[in-house]
Ligand binder design. Structure first.
Ligand code: A3P
Ligand code: MG
Length: 403
């Protein structure tokens, strides 16, 4: 019976694969996303992801191979009676210039410093002569990129652009801003900019710098500092290493916690929107690295949080089930699996300077273009790909490597 089901599944998988249009070079030219029902089926194998390290970025965005920026959850005693005014301090917000692109340099710095973590069991040193060594990993990227992939079958507003470079057998993926995203940022109103600040101010109310200390809400909020977890996971035949900024650690439950804000919910349509558009993103973001819970501060239109609510990551799909046509986590994961297979079919040349750009807009197929060496999209830095440039990785990489 099980075998029969597997055969059917395999048959269906092949049938779906052939729905993608082929280019003359034998590579699929496009990947069909819609309708999302194409990806229905059983939840694919996703191995329990494991933390394999972490890094910190300080107030100057210098890289440290340590937990120095880890923050500790501070849970107020009465979650139904808090009073956080998130508008406080907006004028002195130390805000990063988000038009300056991040690429994946910090993750690459972490890989270089921790290259021994990629050796196979029994392999005691880097022996294949390659630099950096073979990572025995299919995909390397930021967690945020995977979150976007998981949400794609249900996304109807924002498209994405993903650059992929194959180097020493590993597919490095890097997100680029779409022209629409750039335009949105450039035309953002003061009110929208302030509302972005609220999320960071909320974090400040909920975390302490040490396990036994209290939040300090008098200092200006800054979004320069970051603590990032590096995680290894496997989705069917794809091994993944990804890093994601992680808000805090809960010493009571011994787990990492994600913090969010959301508008107080009074109307049925607000409830439906929360479940359809927010919960899917929260689920995808936290499910990927196995962060078990999200604490949400519900705020009013004046930026005041009066209530906190904890959502278990694994409960989120069930919570969202009572809306019409709810999102299905199996669709998200099957889509991601099949997209990664598509990337492996398309990206043939193993060359650190060639970028394959994958483009998607809501209601459309995913298409791709190949960009030659040293195009404006090349994103792997020479300090990562060239042994002679190793010392030029910037920041405090070499001095912090031993910590
Ligand atoms: P909220 O999540 O409470 O909205 P994260 O939740 O991923 O840790 O991000 C922390 C805060 O950064 C968010 O708080 C929000 O204020 C801001 N933020 C994150 N992603 C954003 C985006 N794409 N656009 C604008 N603000 C964003
Ligand atoms: Mg958060």
């Amino acid at each position: 019976m099980k075998r029969h089901a597997e055969e059917q599944d395999e048959h269906l998988h092949k049938a779906r694969k052939s729905e993608n249009t082929s280019s003359p070079h034998g590579r699929p030219a496009a990947f069909r996303v819609h309708p999302a029902t194409r990806f229905e089926g059983k939840f694919p194998f996703y191995r329990q992801p494991k933390d394999i390290g972490c890094f910190s970025l300080d107030a100057d965005r210098f890289f440290y191979n340590d937990k120095s920026q880890l923050k500790w959850l501070y849970m107020p005693e009465n979650v139904n009676k808090v009073n956080f005014n998130l508008r406080h301090g907006y004028k002195v917000f130390r805000k990063r210039d988000d038009s300056v692109k991040d690429y994946i340099d910090d993750l690459l710095r972490w890989i270089l410093v921790n290259r021994k973590k990629f050796l196979l069991p029994g392999q005691d040193e880097v022996c294949d002569g390659a630099f950096p060594p073979n990572l025995h990993t299919d995909f390397v990227c930021w967690r945020g990129l995977l979150t976007k992939l998981l949400c794609t079958p249900y996304e109807n507003k924002d498209g994405w652009l993903i650059g992929v470079t194959k180097f020493n057998g590993t597919y490095y993926m890097c997100e680029y801003d779409t022209p629409e995203k750039i335009a949105e940022r450039e035309t953002m109103s003061e009110r929208q900019d302030e509302m972005c600040y609220w999320g960071y101010k909320f974090e400040q109310h909920m975390v302490a710098a040490k396990p036994d200390s209290q939040p300090d809400t008098c200092v200006p909020v800054s979004n320069y500092e970051a603590f990032c977890l590096v995680v290894r996971g496997r989705l069917k035949e794809h091994s993944l290493v990804f890093a994601g900024e992680t808000d805090c650690y809960d010493t009571k439950e011994k787990c990492y916690v994600e913090l969010k804000t959301s508008r107080e919910i009074y109307q049925p349509n607000q409830d439906r929107n929360f479940k359809r558009f927010k919960l899917i993103k929260w689920w995808a973001q936290s499910f990927l690295p196995a962060v078990p819970k999200v604490i949400c501060g519900f705020r009013d239109d004046d930026g005041v949080v009066r209530q906190l609510k904890t959502y278990r990551t694994l409960d989120m799909p069930n919570i969202a089930k009572d809306i019409p046509n709810p999102w299905d986590p199996a669709v998200c994961m099957n889509f991601c699996d099949q997209f990664l297979t598509f990337v492996k079919q398309v990206v043939r040349k193993d060359d650190p300077k060639i970028v394959y750009m994958f483009k998607w807009y809501p209601r459309q197929d995913i298409t791709w273009t190949e960009h030659p060496q040293d195009s404006k999209f090349t994103f792997l830095p020479s300090w990562f790909t060239d042994p002679d440039q190793q010392g030029n990785s910037g920041s405090k990489l070499e001095t912090s490597a031993s910590s």
